[in-house]
Design a protein around this ligand. Structure first.
Ligand code: DQA
Length: 159
C-alpha cells in the first residue's frame, strides 16, 4: 500500500475555533478523520503531523524520502514566507500537493504569493475541508501513475 505524509502547518491546531468565517468550524481532528476515511477508500496509508515550528516541518520533509510516496501539505502561514520548506520539498523530490482551506488568491495581498507552489505538483485552495479531500485524491492519482510506485505495488501483490 502506498504511504503518504500529511503535514499541517502553524496554527492549524486551532481549527474549529480560529476565524470560523474564514476557516470553518471543522476541527483538525475531524479533518484528520476525514482524510483517513478517504485514504482507506483510495487504498493508501497516511501518517499525519501538525507543527507550529518551521524546522520540524523541514526535518519531517527531509526524512520522508524513501519512506513516503508523496506529501500533502497545508503550509499555512509558512506558505508565504518559508524558503526552507520550499527547498526541503524540492530536495526531497517527492510529489507534493499544497492545500489551503481558504482561497489565498482572494485574501490579503501578502497571501497571494506561495513560495511552495512552484515546487508542488499542484495547489488546491478555497474549498474548505474539501480542499484536503481533493488534494489527497490528486496526490493519490499522481503517485499511482509513477513507475516506482507501480513497481512497489506489483511486488507486494506477488505479480
Ligand atoms: C491557510 C492560508 C494561509 O494564508 C494562512 O496563513 C493559514 C491557513 C489556509 O488553509 O487557508 O494559516 O493555509
Amino acid at each position: 500500500m502506498l504511504r503518504l505524509l500529511v503535514i499541517h502547518g502553524p496554527n492549524l491546531q486551532m481549527l474549529g475555533a480560529r476565524q470560523p468565517t474564514v476557516y470553518g468550524r471543522t476541527t483538525l481532528t475531524q479533518i484528520n478523520q476525514l482524510l483517513q476515511a478517504e485514504a482507506q477508500r483510495l487504498n493508501v496509508s497516511l501518517t499525519i503531523l501538525q507543527s507550529n515550528h518551521e524546522g520540524d516541518i523541514v526535518e519531517a520533509i527531509g526524512r520522508a524520502r524513501g519512506r513516503y510516496a508523496g506529501i500533502l501539505i497545508n503550509p499555512a502561514a509558512y506558505t508565504h514566507t518559508s524558503v526552507a520548506i520550499r527547498d526541503a520539498i524540492e530536495g526531497a523530490a517527492l510529489p507534493t500537493v499544497e492545500v489551503h482551506l481558504s482561497n489565498i488568491a482572494a485574501r490579503e495581498p501578502f497571501r497571494h504569493t506561495s513560495l511552495i507552489a512552484p515546487v508542488a505538483v499542484g495547489q488546491v485552495s478555497g474549498f474548505g475541508v474539501a480542499s484536503y479531500r481533493l488534494g489527497l485524491q490528486a496526490l493519490a492519482a499522481v503517485v499511482a501513475r509513477r513507475p516506482a510506485a507501480r513497481r512497489v505495488d506489483k511486488s507486494r501483490a506477488g505479480r
